[in-house]
Design a binder for this molecule. Structure first.
Ligand SMILES: Cc1ncc(C[n+]2csc(CCOP(=O)(O)OP(=O)(O)O)c2C)c(N)n1
Ligand SMILES: [Mg+2]
Length: 887
């Protein structure tokens, strides 16, 4: 890929040849480094003089490491080959037999077939399980290559034959292995969920950065540990895969190594049939400042390249598009001779002594352990920048019916003939009968390969992958520490966002856990009034602050520091979520209980990075997602793309997410205090989503005895004077509207209403569902009652529920509140307006609550219908107004 600068045809080839000759001479006599220096000087000079120098990001389509510079393979190649063959067999057999006996259960054979060498060289030589007593390397595996990872763990003796036999059968009496890397399902094995394409790469980049953050802040010791991420070439098209590459170079993350498995194919067919994925990725990664190592050709090609004096072989390699490379592998040696070498007679001559079979077997770099070993050695030693290894491989390598063919990704079951061929090719010593059944094979414990395999892992500190269970180490502050928030604002008007910032500042100062708090923001610190946090703990900047900030003389200046605590991620919710993931799983990965608070525009959370939040939950992540500027009507002015009325609905879909919609400072304090205790002291696998609003109002003091209700989801905030005829539920700022409605109902219409604060419909529903399930399964036992019903005992009458979220949020309780419940909410697209107009439009203001209450009472025969209609006119509720849900 180079910049297309049209340069006219060469007017003086003679002169050009002289320049080239001079360069050749320098290279011959003074070497490559000198040549590079001179060229650099010329380019600099040309640029300064205004010459448009072409940007050339591609190097020749050859291995980056010249043959002559390779070091010798440090292991026993033969033993490693045998181990790899067995891993290949078991990985294939696992999928094959599962599909033979349980049609459609799925799995993948071809991906691991292409990846085996790339993983095995890592397992035998590079993946450290530990560095002394410190955590070792982190490996993000290509998710759908999991059978290969299981197959190795089986050889190591960590998984049983039964485990493998129950691949994708997780719900049997003896449960087996999950389809893909899921820490939720295999918490002692997988660390990183990767199978949703793109999530592995971005999480790996931010993991490497977070590792540095922990080191620079003195929370972990510095070690040579690395983050390895195995990425598909097709996967590289996901924006998440490539979108954060520059963070790697900007931060100098030489602890990060990507290995892109360039098998040139994705699910349907070629990744770039008409082009070259390797060239495209090389240019992109180099442009982003990464160290790029191409591993394209195996050792047998070196000998051909060496003998090719014409340079035509390298040219032929350069000119083929990926669709051709794929066809060469799919169609075999005779075709390769004719179509690849046959283009130039000199090349046919070059391979005249090789049989068609030999030509078919000329290996790609990613299948040559020596090439891979050398690339890994260089990657590990490289300093100052992350490294990407572009390894060219064959999808379905060794599967006779599927090698390099378009449908290979879907190959789940081999024919009898193919399976016997596979067995022979990889020299698995089992009889036909067993092979056809897909029996697993494990060499004897005292066989040379098994001894070797165990010894290699011992030397590297143990087995991988391995996810560690950890126990609590710190004391969480009790509720009394949050005194300021519990006592209310004494009439001062503040927002819940401000209230949260105060809590965050308090936690940051806590002598026990202050240093573990990780505030994360995507360029919204000022929106959330967090300038003081920036000043208090500083922004993490690996280089410190290289400039004098213009606002240095101000109290709240923009402070960056090498040991800064706040992660100011810039405008990337995905990147911030990746940091949140690294910090929220550090309790297991680094044995450091960091507590992340990621504060973001609630609209750009669940709906924008929902899949990453799902993966976070899978990872058993802990922490607080703080949805700022929440609510469809509370965020004034911003309109349709900003006003969030549905993140709570989306949050309800994530099993470990406890979502709260608090109205007051003390509610936030209670939720955060309890959350830290449950997540970090009790070690529960949960995390929190808490909405924060930007409307200022007086924060009341916490009513006596409200704690339990706040946590469970509901408590009576302001009882009616006398017996209530109706109950008003309010959440977030709509609680104030409910209180206002309570006054109007009493004063104008003589209706007594209780006001309840509902902090979490999601939690109330979950508890009610669990109780209901218990009742269903125990028909003979006395019926249990959900919290929502026991709370409402003695409080009969209809309910009007108002929140700044969709009606579906309160509707979650409809099964238990039957026809008592009237939900008001913000269904529909937002508008640019102020709160007054927005709330009228969405019918969630006090007047709408009053109208809904009177209407419901009238329907129930408890209020005169005519009077209700007259009331509508009095309070300005227009019954013929357009429905906001469809407006
Ligand atoms: C976000 C997402 N979209 C789609 C898929 C389904 N899928 C699984 S593997 C695959 C093809 C992967 O191709 P590549 O990344 O080249 O990996 P290979 O198997 O070729 O090594 C697809 C589309 C997925 N897992 N995640
Ligand atoms: Mg691929």
């Amino acid at each position: 890929m180079h910049q297309n600068l049209s340069v006219p045809a060469d007017p003086d080839p003679q002169e050009t040849a002289e320049w080239v000759e001079a360069l050749d001479q320098i290279i011959d006599e003074e070497g490559h480094t000198r040549a590079a220096q001179l060229l650099r000087a010329l380019v600099d000079r040309a640029r300064l003089s205004g010459v448009k120098v072409p940007i050339q990001l591609n190097t020749p389509y050859l291995n980056t490491i010249p043959w002559a510079e390779e070091v010798e393979f440090a292991g026993d190649r033969e033993l490693e080959r045998r181990i790899k063959n067995v891993a290949r067999w078991n990985a294939m057999a696992m999928v094959h037999r599962q599909n033979k006996y349980d049609k459609g259960i799925g799995g993948h054979i071809s991906t691991y077939a292409s990846l085996a060498t790339l993983l095995e060289v890592g397992f035998n030589h590079f993946f450290h399980a530990k560095y002394g007593d410190q955590p070792g390397d982190f490996v993000y595996f290509q998710g759908h290559a999991s059978p290969g990872v299981y197959a190795r763990a089986y050889l190591e003796g960590r998984l049983s034959e039964q485990d493998l036999a129950n691949f994708r059968h997780e719900l049997r009496d003896t449960p087996g292995l999950s389809s893909y890397p899921h820490p939720w399902l295999m918490p002692k094995f997988w660390r990183f969920p990767t199978v949703s394409m793109g999530i592995g790469p971005i999480n790996a980049i931010y993991q490497a950065r977070f590792m540095r953050y922990l080191e620079n802040r003195g929370l972990i010791a510095k070690t040579p540990r690395k983050v390895w991420a195995f990425v598909g070439d097709g996967e590289s098209d996901e924006p998440e895969s490539m979108g954060s590459l520059t963070l790697g170079s900007r931060e100098g993350l030489d602890n990060l190594i990507f290995v892109v498995n360039c098998n040139l194919q994705r699910l349907d067919g070629p990744v770039r049939g008409n082009g070259s994925i390797v060239k495209e990725l090389e240019a992109a990664y180099r442009g982003a400042g990464w160290n790029v190592i191409k591993v394209l050709w195996g050792g047998d090609w070196d000998r051909l390249l060496d003998r090719d004096e014409s340079g035509l072989l390298a040219r032929r390699m350069e000119e083929c598009v990926d669709g051709e490379f794929q066809a060469f592998k799919a169609k075999g040696g005779a075709y390769i001779r004719k179509e690849f070498f046959g283009k130039y007679p000199e090349l046919l001559e070059l391979v005249k002594d090789l049989s068609d079979e030999q030509l078919g077997r000329l290996r790609r770099g990613g299948h040559d352990p020596n090439k891979v070993y050398n690339a890994y050695l260089r990657a590990v030693a490289h300093t100052g920048r992350p490294t990407v290894i572009l390894a060219k491989t064959v999808k379905g390598y060794g599967v006779p019916t599927a090698e390099s063919r378009n449908p290979t990704h879907q190959e789940k079951k081999l024919s009898d003939e193919a399976i016997l061929h596979f067995r022979d090719r990889f020299e698995i010593p089992i009889p036909d009968e067993d092979a056809l059944k897909g029996k697993f094979y494990r060499p004897a414990e005292d066989s040379p390969e098994m001894i070797y395999l165990q010894q290699r892992r011992r030397e590297l500190g143990g087995y991988m992958p391995l996810r560690e269970q950890t126990s609590p180490k710190f004391q969480a502050p009790g509720l009394e520490a949050y005194k300021d928030s519990l006592e209310g604002s004494r009439g001062r008007e503040v927002s819940t966002t401000m209230a949260f910032v105060n809590i965050l500042k308090l936690l940051l100062k806590d002598p026990n856990l202050g240093k573990l708090v990780v505030p994360i923001i995507p360029d919204e610190g000022r929106t959330f009034g967090m300038e003081s946090v920036i000043r208090q703990v500083g922004i993490y900047a690996s280089q410190g602050q290289l400039y004098k900030p213009h606002d240095m003389d101000m109290l709240l200046y923009y402070r960056e520091a090498r040991d800064g605590q706040l992660l100011e991620e810039g405008i990337t919710e995905a990147g911030s979520m990746a940091s949140f993931t690294a910090a929220g799983t550090a309790y297991s990965n680094y044995k450091v209980d960091t507590i992340p608070f990621f504060t973001f525009y609630s609209m750009f959370g669940f709906q924008r990075v929902g899949d990453m939040i799902w993966a976070f939950a899978d990872s058993r992540g802990k922490g607080f997602l703080m949805g700022g500027t929440a609510g469809r009507t509370t965020l004034a002015g911003e309109g349709l793309q900003h006003q969030d009325g549905h993140s709570l609905v989306l949050a309800s879909t994530v099993p470990t997410c406890a979502a709260y919609d608090p109205a007051y400072a003390y509610e936030i304090a209670v939720i955060v205090e309890d959350g830290i205790r449950r997540m970090y002291v009790e070690r529960e696998n949960r995390f929190y989503y808490i909405t924060l609003y930007n409307e200022d109002y007086a924060m009341p003091a916490m009513p006596e005895g409200a704690r339990e209700g706040i946590l469970k989801g509901i408590y009576r905030f302001k009882p009616a004077e006398g017996e209530a005829a109706i109950h008003l539920f309010g959440s977030g700022p709509m609680l104030n509207e409910a209180v206002k409605a309570q006054g109007m109902l009493a004063e104008k219409y003589g209706v007594a209403a209780d006001v309840w604060s509902v902090t979490s419909y999601n939690e109330l529903r979950r508890e009610a569902l669990a109780v209901e399930r218990w009742n269903r399964l125990h028909p003979g036992e006395p019926e249990r009652r959900p919290y929502i019903l026991t709370t409402l005992d003695g409080h009969a009458g209809p309910i009007v529920a108002a929140s700044d979220y969709m009606k579906m949020v309160p509707d979650q309780l409809a099964p238990w509140l039957l026809n008592r419940l009237v939900s008001l909410g913000t269904d529909g697209f937002g508008r640019s307006e102020n709160r007054e107009y927005l709330r009228r439009h969405f019918e969630v203001n006090a007047e709408s609550i009053v109208a809904a209450a009177l209407s419901k009472l009238a329907r129930d025969g408890k209020f005169d219908a005519g009077r209700a209609a007259a009331a509508f006119a009095e309070i300005g509720v227009d019954p013929e107004k357009i429905d906001a849900a469809i407006a």
